[in-house]
Write a protein that binds this ligand. Structure first.
Ligand code: F6R
Length: 612
């Protein structure tokens, strides 16, 4: 979703902001803009990609050493030059960029119009610039105080970066519900909505919390609450390196991230699986193990791909730890006054750690007394900081909008949690633990094998299905969520309509769709449902559907019925999602490339969904 960058220093702010905005492109956006201060307030905007803003900036020859920039994902007001950020106050002296949504903007706007202010845009954001200017110019207070009063009047969420031409050395920032961090350089300071634009300049960062603001100059910063309480914030060290947010020779981030999975899964397991004594050590859960062991149930809340990994988690926890699990869409959970409280564990799963609905679910369950745990990829993210405890996936930055390596890392964490809990509850003895842990340790190699062995054949197969209008994905047990994930991957990057179903449900409706034009992807990893799955494949075949099977080496029954097969190595049933999802990721990637789609930044999608 929208991204923010800011710079104060001696460098060329325009160039630094544009570079930073390019690093934020992965979040999804439809326009970009910057405000630079150089004796006057200079604004430049561009429709679509950041490159257009860059061209406009070069052509206009404007420069400055201090400025703010934004990538906008339209919410209020169509994407056009007037609605793109930055927005100006009426006098043009104040410029700001905003992530989030101001909910009471209609009533505030009406009041300001009644008092004589003229608005240019249809955005909720402009209200902040206008209200701030009105408060500042009609009372005898500092700009900082005027900002605090403004923020007390607006209802909603914001990450804000603001410049005022009368204070040409400063950038003001504020946060409520939309992430912001400060990067501390040597004689220069950076502001961003996530670490990717900052990482090449400094690894020292400060994460702002909700209700906080900061006044930033080139060699100083002051953080305080909106209520004016001064704060001393911890300086964190970023673990990510610049190479992790570059393509490293791959044509797309998505392909790079698919191929990174042997390493990202290994990174996720590293130091946590102990094969010598068959134990699992998840440092983040040490203090909540008692709550987990005695939990009445675990409720998992997440969105999108993370929700799919949660569904795999349900099978894992129930099978390995005998703990009842419910999996909820975070957006549904939060709005239905959920029955959750002391004795329950809410486990939220989020790659970004910033998804608005997931964060709200977390807060809801926490307020009701549940123990709240998280599985997150982004260290320092809001969700990771607000949970009682949790586990990082350590998959590295995921830039492609379609989630791939985050999914497998989430499933790897859920698998470790379920085994550890199963051991702690006495459901897994040492011999079984040794079997599970040794096999889990071998998964990265098996993922590598699949990538090496099937990449080319999937690329060829994708050519045959590039123009298929629909796809059906079928799976059972652990691989039902993988069917959902395969369908989601295909639809989000190739815009082909795809549905995932539990294979047995096919007879209850979707079978009506099957004819000789319908590709049906069957996840047929051999397990106790193999015979049932074979019957389902027969049913598809009888209706001339084109069958693509993801199956274990040597499963001749499935092979004989299928038009196309992708082999995966055998593993313990409950680990199969870590393998079966890989061919599905590759299939959707190659189909989307063949269709000429923008794989890394699919239309209408945002990487981090920070609005409800
Ligand atoms: C799909 C995808 C989304 C995210 C969802 C939740 O490929 O990436 O469905 O999984 O928006 O995001 P996080 O995991 O950041 O909470």
């Amino acid at each position: 979703m929208c991204g923010i960058v800011g710079y104060v220093g001696e460098g060329d702010a325009g160039q630094i902001l544009v570079k930073g905005l390019k690093r934020l492109e992965y979040r999804g956006y439809d326009s970009a803009g910057v405000a630079l201060m150089n004796g006057e307030m200079l604004i430049q905007k561009g429709k679509g990609k950041v490159i257009n803003l860059e061209k406009n900036l070069v052509a206009s020859k404007i420069t400055g050493k201090i400025g703010i920039g934004h990538t906008r994902w339209a919410t209020h007001g169509e994407p056009n030059d007037i609605n793109y950020h930055p927005h100006l106050s009426e006098s043009g002296k104040i410029a700001l960029v905003h992530n989030g949504i101001i909910e009471n903007y209609t009533s505030l706007r009406k009041k300001l119009i009644e008092r004589g202010r003229t608005f240019k845009s249809q955005t909720d954001t402009e209200i902040i610039a206008q209200l701030l200017e009105e408060i500042f110019t009609t009372s005898d207070i500092s700009f900082e105080e005027a900002l605090q009063l403004t923020l007390k009047q607006v209802v909603g969420t914001y990450g804000l970066a603001i410049v005022n031409i009368d204070e040409p050395e400063r950038v003001y920032v504020a946060r409520k519900g939309s992430p912001l961090l400060l990067g501390i350089g040597d004689g220069e300071m950076f502001i961003a909505s996530d670490a990717s634009p900052i990482v090449e300049y400094t690894n020292k960062v400060i994460y702002l919390d909700d209700g906080e603001m900061a006044i930033v100059t080139k060699d100083d910063y002051q953080v305080k609450t909106i209520e004016d309480v001064k704060l001393t914030k911890e300086i964190h060290e970023l673990a990510m390196g610049i190479e992790e947010i570059e393509k490293a020779g791959y044509p797309h981030f998505m392909l790079k991230e698919i191929f990174e999975q042997p390493r990202s899964i290994a990174d996720c397991l590293r130091g946590r699986l102990n094969t010598s004594d068959s134990t699992i050590q998840l440092g983040g859960l040490v203090n909540v193990m008692e709550e987990l062991v005695s939990a009445n149930r675990i409720v998992i809340a997440a969105c999108g791909t993370s929700w799919h990994s949660g569904l795999v988690g349900e099978y894992l926890f129930e099978y390995l730890a005998k703990t009842p699990v419910e999996v909820e869409y975070a957006s549904e959970f939060r709005y239905r006054d959920p029955l959750i409280g002391k004795g329950d564990v809410l486990l939220v799963i989020s790659q970004s750690g910033e998804t608005a609905d997931t964060l709200a679910a977390l807060r809801e369950a926490k307020a009701k007394g549940a123990t709240v745990l998280g599985i997150c990829n982004v260290v320092g993210s809001t969700i990771s900081r607000e949970t009682d405890a949790g586990v990082f996936t350590h998959a590295g930055p995921e830039i492609g909008v379609a989630s791939t390596k985050a999914f497998t890392a989430q499933v790897a964490v859920l698998t470790m949690m379920a085994i550890q809990l199963g051991q702690a509850k006495g459901h897994i003895d040492n011999a079984r633990a040794a079997e599970l842990i040794n096999e889990l340790d071998s998964i990265p190699k098996k993922v590598e094998h699949i990538l090496n062995e099937s990449d080319e054949s999937i690329q060829e197969m994708a050519k045959l299905f590039t123009y298929a209008p629909n796809f059906l994905y079928l799976g059972r047990t652990y691989n039902f969520p993988v069917a959902l994930e395969g369908a989601l991957k295909l639809k989000e990057i190739s815009y082909i309509h795809a549905e995932g179903y539990p294979a047995a449900e096919m007879k209850h409706g979707p079978i009506a769709l099957i004819d000789d034009m319908m590709p049906v992807v069957v996840i047929a990893a051999t397990d106790h449902t193999n015979d049932k799955m074979i019957s389902n494949i027969e049913e598809v075949k009888a209706r001339k559907g084109r069958i693509i099977s993801i199956m274990n080496d040597g499963n001749s029954d499935v092979k004989d019925l299928s038009n196309f097969c992708v082999n995966i190595p055998s593993t313990i049933d409950c680990f199969t999602p870590l393998l079966t999802v890989i061919p599905l990721q590759l299939l959707s990637y190659y189909i989307a490339v063949n269709r000429g789609c923008n794989v890394d930044q699919p239309r209408n999608l945002a990487k981090s969904v920070t609005v409800e």
